[in-house]
Design a protein around this ligand. Sequence first.
Ligand SMILES: Nc1nc2c(c(=O)[nH]1)N[C@H]1C(S)=C(S)[C@@H](COP(=O)(O)O)O[C@H]1N2
Ligand SMILES: [Mo]
Length: 212
Amino acid sequence: MTSPFSRMGARTRAAGLPADRLPPGQYIPRGWPVLHYGRVPVVPLEEWDLRVFGATADGGEQRWTWQQAGALPRVDVEADFHCVTKFSVLGNTWRGISGDELLRAVPPAAGADHVMVWAEYGYSSNMTVADFAAGLLATHRNGESLTPEHGAPLRLVVPHLYAWKGPKWVRGVEYLTADRRGFWEERGYHNRADPWLEQRYSYQESPGDGPA
Ligand SMILES: Nc1nc2c(c(=O)[nH]1)N[C@H]1C(S)=C(S)[C@@H](COP(=O)(O)O)O[C@H]1N2
Ligand SMILES: [Mo]
């Protein structure tokens, strides 16, 4: 008899991984799947900018061109990647600007406790400031530039949350003084999205997990 659990165990054993490396319900696919809603945007880098706005400490808005964003310090982060459709891509080395760094560069107002990360075509995802701080705005994976379909030139990665919390083609970070649902969070997905707790759908939310 093959239970989904013994199959999952076989997959992690075959890959030489500890059985607890995969969050519940996840499997290891071949390669790195491409998954998104809509089309891959094409924006010339001369027209690209990154805006940080909303509840900033000084009430102003920061805007970086691609060249200016390139002057921000970079970090390398080793992390797994978990999609709510159940694939997990393990052992990625991401390079980019840490959320922490961006928060230092543009301090949020005292009352700002969440962020909305905005991408091309209005895709968005919300998270706490602490979750954002732990992620990075990635330009590279495993030493190679991201391809357009994986979010070039800049995509968010928040390793400890399901991957829809990481918009590809990021163009804005909005500081919020009250939590607000992003694109998938408005469409039935969990506001918090912790893969280890299998927080997949909004019907699983407890009071306090999100805005009404
Ligand atoms: N802009 C944008 N970002 C997005 C999405 C999307 O539809 N649009 N899908 C998310 C989801 S559900 C996943 S699993 C990951 C997939 O990233 P990948 O295609 O690089 O594997 O991108 C996330 N970021
Ligand atoms: Mo996903």
